[in-house]
Design a protein around this ligand. Structure first.
Ligand code: SAM
Length: 220
């Protein structure tokens, strides 16, 4: 399949997500049209990148299904200028979508060195070098040098909410995180830090992510 065919199929996927009410806002739609998933998967999987399912990326990890990424971006209520930390870079696709919406630097942490390289390569090719900063390390500890954040988006499943991520949120900031079991079944939570430093938790529903492994996550 050539790039034109890949893009046409991608546009149909985006339109379907909009019809299904999953993509709701103009900003998420525009980001999806600007950043097709096929630019962030291994070459042999590009032909499947419009299919609404997770796809394998190196090191036994996955890039999430388009509907899941759209749901999280809509729930995050991102605005231009917001400072965002993503935990779980994977392919770099979600971080590039975030950068398209906030139109400023994005910080994203990945624990597997092979994926740090994979994501950096994808992001460079797609034009996000110097905008999306891929940080190697354990994202359960957050990334204090750039804290506090307006939004923290975790794209791996945690056993519990890591305290450092709450600490590194701005007042009124939001944390999106799947919490639940190790093996691919969690609830997605939207956590808002209130003015007094307390948190309000809203459970969105069931999701299936690979495990968040680290000091405040699962044991590796
Ligand atoms: N957001 C990614 C994308 O757009 O391709 C998909 C993320 S994938 C579902 C989850 C990622 O989280 C994996 O790459 C995994 O290695 C990473 N991960 C797991 N635990 C982590 C941790 N403590 N810190 C940083 N990354 C972690």
């Amino acid at each position: 399949m050539n790039e034109e065919e890949l893009y046409l199929k991608w546009v149909r996927r985006v339109e379907a997500l909009e019809r299904e009410g999953i993509i709701k806002s103009k900003k998420v739609k525009e980001a999806f049209l600007k950043v097709p998933r096929y630019k962030f998967v291994p070459e042999e999987s590009a032909q499947w990148s419009h299919v609404d399912e997770p796809l394998p990326i190196p090191a036994g990890q996955t890039v999430s299904a388009p509907h899941m990424v759209a749901i999280m971006l809509e729930l995050a209520e991102l605005e231009e200028g917001m400072k965002v930390l993503e935990v779980g870079t994977g392919s770099g696709w979600n971080a590039a979508l975030i950068a398209e919406i906030v139109k400023t630097d994005v910080y994203t942490i990945e624990r597997i060195p092979e994926l740090v390289e994979f994501a950096r390569k994808n992001l460079k090719r797609a034009g996000y070098e110097g905008i999306v900063h891929v940080i190697p390390g354990d994202g359960t500890k957050g990334f204090p040098p750039r804290a506090p954040y307006d939004r923290i988006i975790v794209t791996a499943g945690a056993p519990r909410i890591p305290d450092p991520l709450i600490e590194q949120l701005k007042s009124s900031g939001k944390l999106l995180i799947p919490v639940g079991s190790y093996h691919l079944w969690q609830d997605l939570y939207v956590i808002t830090k209130t003015g007094s430093g307390k948190v309000r938790k809203r459970r969105w529903g069931g999701v299936a992510f690979v495990p968040l492994i680290g000091e405040h996550g699962w044991e590796g």
